[in-house]
Write a protein that binds this ligand. Structure first.
Ligand code: ADP
Length: 634
């Protein structure tokens, strides 16, 4: 044992402690995944070395045969993993094995409930990596040395997973990392060649570098035991270079877990090889569940980039648009240079054409999923729908395709679930309907009961109900789908086109004519509060309604702009009334101008309330209403 110097005991970051607590109290029914996680890290470390060695060949230090070795000791109850990858310096070990660098981690940890089942699901989304060693071990030792550092600058990290770890500087002759797991007594079954071999085959066959186990040898007598021989147990070739027909679903799934650091299987994948002017392979996955940091600015996005099989960078975001940031996968190019950088990627025209091809692949894959497995697609939509809604604004060229993938709640459903596609909507449109009607608002309950829908209900016309914050903004980028334009039913002078019969239209005009006097009176009473007063033909049950001007901002956009500190232009609503409603008839017959004024204001305020808008002067509303109530009761 070499000498240890500069020995220190340090505490784990709070979030690591929480994670370790979960590990140790064994959330996992599937304990064997610890090996997959550690092998995945070792493989990443080798990828990093291979890449850095392109410009600094001396990092290979003569040991260019990159590999991972897994060994075990039945008597000592240990399992040891050794890689000759990039390794860690003392500082690396303190940061990487003592803290979690992902942004939003603290917030994420707050979501943990203490309910093991729920938490294990959440933690799956988060990914546990190295710390999963503590599922099976009650002590973990890491010996590592960063490639390029002197043999005397090795590090020994050790912890029982309880809140602190020890760190010391040691000699380590070879670069890379050795992890020794001291198995819990109940988990000593893992110190077994046959068991380890099976786990490696099952989860890590796709790892592109050799994973070796000790060859079983006949026990030798005395001191002349032969040198240990090793044998490769995995396939050790990059999965994406193999032909599609040859790769099993389980292999695709395990590869996904490796690159995505996910615990769940992906929903779908698309594996392609492109030959011709550009040559590249791509393997793209749709995850089943949104990562906890989908909406964090700094969250990882993009694909793993390889150039001629050599790993070049993680999160190469130039290959997909931002609204597809949840897609995981690999792209391996034959055309790019090995020393390509993020900056170069941003400017390279090759990347643009790859980006549009990859984008199309993803959209095709989603279309296929929606068509063949609508239930799965529904799950996808719940997780990623909000992000997909960013699409039409970002990706003009694919607007129609993205629109086809959108899902909405509608008046035909009754639970507010977003499950109606535009194609489905159009397929059941009314005879003569050449528009796609929608209504947006704060909550489902509010839009579902909005008076704006009265005429649609009466005529049996479906209306899409949009209540996500992003919806109004989305609709400002979508003008039509399949040649049919979108119409906000709360906006402007509703024209139902062919859906209104000639008689209906004529009758409405007649009524409007007879109510011109009333329109003027209300206009005078409401004054500045409205931009216009008119007779409505969208109401059957309610007395009045507020419509938004054709060019004015809707409520959601207003709120978004206000929240971002922008000045929002002033706009006034249009007051529409239902001439057939008894309250309006009463209003029309009212002799006292004062009472007429009060009643008009009350109707106006009520319409604002029904639209989900707050009242400008709630006290005035209450005062007016109470005045009427008092008069009523005498
Ligand atoms: P993740 O792999 O998701 O980043 P982990 O907790 O699994 O998280 O690992 C934390 C970090 O520790 C890794 O990002 C890496 O920098 C470092 N690390 C882990 N295993 C190794 C290894 N075998 N060789 C070099 N560095 C490693």
């Amino acid at each position: 044992m070499s000498v240890e110097t500069q020995k220190e005991t340090l505490g784990f970051q709070t979030e690591v402690k929480q994670l370790l607590h979960l590990m140790i109290h064994s959330l996992y029914s599937n304990k064997e995944i610890f090996l997959r996680e550690l092998i995945s890290n070792a493989s990443d470390a080798v990828d990093k070395l291979r890449f850095e060695a392109l410009s600094k060949p001396e990092l290979l230090e003569g040991g260019a045969e990159l590999k991972i070795r897994v060994s075990y000791d039945k008597d000592a109850k240990t399992v040891t993993l050794e890689d000759n990858g990039i390794g860690m310096s003392r500082d690396d070990a303190i940061t990487h094995l003592g803290t979690i660098a992902k942004s939003g981690t603290a917030d994420f940890m707050k979501n943990l409930s203490g309910d093991q089942k729920k938490d294990s699901h959440l933690i799956g989304q988060f990914g546990v990596g190295f710390y999963s060693a503590f599922i099976v071990a009650d002590q973990v030792e890491v010996f590592s040395r960063r490639a390029g550092l002197a043999a005397s600058e090795g590090v020994h990290w050790s912890s029982k997973g309880e809140g602190e770890f020890e760190i010391a500087t040691v000699d380590k002759a070879d670069r890379g990392t050795r992890i020794v797991l001291h198995l819990k007594s109940a988990e000593d079954e893992f110190a077994d060649g046959w068991r380890l071999r099976n786990i490696i085959k099952k989860y890590s066959d796709h790892i592109a570098l050799p994973i070796e186990l000790p060859k079983e040898q006949a026990a030798a007598e005395g001191d002349d035991a032969p040198a240990q021989e090793w044998e490769v147990v995995n396939r050790a070739s990059a999965l994406w270079t193999r032909s599609r027909t040859e790769v099993k679903d389980e292999e695709y799934q395990e590869f996904y877990k490796h690159i995505a650091h996910d615990y769940e299987n992906p929903l779908s994948w698309s594996h392609n090889k492109v030959e011709g002017k550009l040559e590249y392979s791509s393997l793209l996955y749709v995850p089943a569940r949104a990562p906890f940091d989908l909406y964090q600015r700094e969250a990882p996005k993009g694909l793993k980039l390889y150039v001629q099989r050599v790993f070049v960078m993680d999160q190469a975001e130039s290959f997909l648009p931002l609204y597809l940031r949840f897609i995981k996968g690999v792209v391996d190019s034959n055309d790019l240079s090995l020393n390509v950088s993020r900056e170069i990627l941003q400017k390279d025209p090759i990347i643009d054409s790859m980006k549009s091809a990859l984008t199309k692949r993803v959209l095709d894959m989603l279309e296929k999923l929606a068509k063949n497995e609508p239930e799965q697609y529904q799950g996808f939509w719940k997780n990623f729908g909000q992000v997909m809604k960013e699409g039409p604004a970002e990706d003009f060229a694919n607007k129609e395709k993205i629109a086809g993938l959108l899902r909405f709640a509608s008046t035909q459903g009754d639970d507010g679930e977003q499950n109606v596609s535009l194609t489905e909507y159009l397929a059941r449109a009314k005879e003569g309907q050449d528009k796609i009607y929608y209504l947006s608002g704060e909550t489902y309950a509010q839009v579902k009961n909005s008076p704006h829908l009265e005429v649609f209900r009466k005529k049996g016309i479906e209306v899409l109900l949009l209540t996500d914050r992003i919806d109004e903004w989305l609709m400002s980028y979508l003008s039509d789908f399949d040649g049919k334009s979108f119409v906000d039913v709360a906006r402007g002078d509703l024209d139902l086109g062919n859906l209104d019969s000639e008689e209906d239209k004529k009758a409405a005009e007649e009524v409007a004519k007879t109510k011109e006097g009333l329109v003027e009176r209300i206009k005078t009473a409401l004054g500045d509060a409205v931009s216009e007063v008119r007779v409505s033909h969208r109401l059957t049950d309610s007395p009045a309604i507020l419509a938004i001007g054709e060019q004015d901002l809707g409520m959601q956009m207003r709120q978004i702009l206000e929240a971002s500190g922008q000045k929002v232009p002033d706009s006034k609503p249009i007051f529409e009334f239902n001439p057939a409603h008894p309250l309006i008839e009463k209003l029309d017959a009212e002799q006292s101008e004062e009472r007429f004024g009060d009643l008009s204001h009350i109707l106006f305020d009520q319409a604002a309330l029904a639209a989900g808008d707050g009242l400008k002067d709630p006290a005035a509303y209450v005062r007016r209403l109470n005045k009427l109530l008092v008069e009523l009761s005498v």
